[in-house]
Design a protein around this ligand. Structure first.
Ligand SMILES: [Zn+2]
Length: 291
């Protein structure tokens, strides 16, 4: 069974959102992409899941799919809405009769209320590696959802208010973000990361008994909060690690000129800048500690 409906934000240039709901009843899963309009790998993954569900019956429960949650920002492949310059993922639960992005946040918040699980797809830039972002120390149900996803790394969220997954988590709904390489200028799609995430979402549905096929239990590694590694000198940065690599405290991550960049922690890199000229304060990598 499939239901499709369109909801609209009325403004000078109306915004229309096409929701696709497959099956009915619990468990209710909500997959969203494109809350940040330029984060193309996430949008692409949710569209792949939509195409899959068009062809396959659910065994139980329902999946609501919204690949393009922020159509105006998508049209410009940018993070914020061109209508009001607001970052949609900082203003949940939103507000009626207000700026278009606030009204959109309110509409999405309403659509999220009956969800038992929310997985919100994003991009961490073209120099990134995939990770699940979860408020897993505060909420066991967010940790359980993160552990269901076959994304190799789980990073602890700082819990910045106004984000859909944070606000949903605070109101008792298991919710996480998956950050995927891609996005950036021009809306790059990382096809390998998209395939891994697509399979992870289908495997999640299998673990919930919603889809036919064998469910595999993932074993992601849990890390603490992200921190940047900044250059303290000027020169060419030559990295020795790749996004997604793990390392020990004191390992050399690369060089800026003659200066070795040493790992401040034992952990993993979710972003590593490619070889390029850097200056004092340029972020070279984002790293998270093993917990
Ligand atoms: Zn994002």
């Amino acid at each position: 069974m499939k239901k499709t409906y369109t909801r609209k934000i009325d403004d000078l240039m109306p915004v229309e959102l096409d929701f696709h709901v497959f099956g009915e009843g619990a468990p209710r899963v909500f997959f969203t992409g494109g809350i940040h309009g330029g984060e193309a790998t996430g949008i692409y993954v949710v569209e792949k899941v939509l195409a899959f569900l068009e062809e396959h019956e659910l065994l139980k429960g329902s999946v609501k799919v919204l690949p393009r949650s922020n159509p105006a920002a998508f049209r410009r492949l940018q993070r914020s809405s061109p209508y009001d310059e607001l970052d949609l993922n900082r203003i949940f639960p939103g507000q009626d009769d207000s700026a278009p992005s606030l009204a959109l946040a309110k509409l999405l918040w309403q659509e999220a209320q009956d969800a038992d699980y929310i997985v919100d797809m994003h991009c961490c830039g073209v120099w990134g590696a995939s990770y699940t972002l979860a408020v897993y120390n505060d909420y066991d149900y967010a940790k359980e959802l993160a552990a269901m996803l076959a994304i190799p790394r789980v990073i602890e969220s700082g819990g910045t208010k106004g984000q859909l997954f944070v606000e949903a988590g605070d109101s008792g709904i298991p919710a996480v973000i998956i950050e995927l390489p891609g996005g950036g200028q021009g809306g790059v799609i990382d096809l390998d990361a998209a395939e891994e995430c697509y399979q992870a979402l289908l495997n999640m549905l299998r673990q919930l008994g919603m889809l036919a096929g064998e469910a595999v239990k993932p074993h992601p590694t849990f890390y603490g909060k992200l921190q940047p590694v900044m250059s303290k000198v000027v020169g060419p940065f030559l990295p020795q690690i790749k996004p997604g690599d793990a390392f020990k405290q004191g390992d050399v991550l690369g060089h800026v000129g003659e200066t070795a960049i040493v790992a401040p922690i034992t952990g993993v890199a979710t972003m590593v800048r490619p070889a390029c000229y850097v200056f004092k304060g340029t972020p070279l990598a984002n790293v998270a500690p093993l917990v």
